[in-house]
Design a binder for this molecule. Structure first.
Ligand SMILES: O=P(O)(O)OC[C@H]1O[C@](O)(CO)[C@@H](O)[C@@H]1O
Length: 234
């Protein structure tokens, strides 16, 4: 799955269909990032023209905190590829004015011509980026309250329950749906219900991932075990 995801991203970079990328955190994309870093090291792909945006971040968290998504993006991708620093746009958790950061981020996305390719992970509760169940689908980048299910899923990365952030900042569903191409990565048994909601083909505000239904260029890469037999092709 990691290799197929990397193939998709490389092909999109190479044929010019993706210059601006929205990038996920979480366990699922780590393998894809490994392949991308390797291929960049071998000179097979280049990020020199890419504009990179991360999807989300915990609020209140310094970019230097290894648990921050900022640090994740640097650790798994940014620090190992040939992207110029000025083309990297990472949301920060510890800004003085979060609303202003959201506006600046949206302006940077607009200046890049919008997002060409949004690569998304999937939350067990159906979230995409930090767009939790019940969120408005009309928003661009905004500050959110994290769902208890999300906080629970993130608990292993923190020393105790109380340290798990309760708010975040995220690209909104409107931004994600406006991306020219979307690649959704689904791995792990906990995602079964969320993926099933998407495959059921009905928009449902309780499952934010269903906001992607109707997108004209949505690709789903899922572990075979999560796919109903009728939808398996590889
Ligand atoms: O890949 P994982 O670790 O299952 O995470 C799934 C989703 O949850 C998040 O970590 C946010 O809660 C996303 O970044 C990711 O898309």
């Amino acid at each position: 799955m990691a290799e197929l995801a990397a193939d998709y991203v490389c092909a999109s970079l190479a044929d010019g269909s993706a210059t601006s990328l929205a990038l996920p955190t979480g366990d699922t994309p780590i393998g894809m990032y490994k392949h991308l870093v390797e291929r960049c090291r071998r000179g097979e792909i280049s990020f020199s023209n890419a504009e990179l945006f991360n999807l989300d971040e915990y609020t209140g968290m310094s970019p230097n905190n290894p648990r921050s998504y900022h640090a994740f993006m640097r650790r798994h991708l940014i620090d190992h590829i040939d992207v110029p620093a000025e083309q990297v746009h990472l949301l920060r958790g510890n800004v003085a004015d979060p609303a202003e950061q959201c506006r600046d981020f949206d302006r940077a996305i607009a200046a890049a011509g919008g997002i060409d390719l949004a690569i998304l992970g999937l939350g067990a509760n159906g979230h995409i980026a930090f767009n939790e169940p019940g969120v408005s689908w009309e928003l661009d980048t905004h500050v959110v309250t994290l769902d208890e299910k999300t906080r629970h899923a993130h608990r292993p990365n923190f020393p105790d329950e109380a340290s798990v952030p309760s708010t975040g900042v995220t690209m909104g569903v409107n931004t994600l749906r406006s991306a020219r191409k979307v690649l959704l990565l689904c791995a792990g048994e906990s995602k079964r219900e969320a993926l099933a909601a998407l495959l059921a083909g009905r928009e449902d505000r309780a499952w934010p991932v269903t906001s992607l239904l109707g997108h004209t260029d949505l690709s789903i890469l899922a572990e075979a075990a999560l796919m109903p037999a009728s939808k398996q092709f590889a």
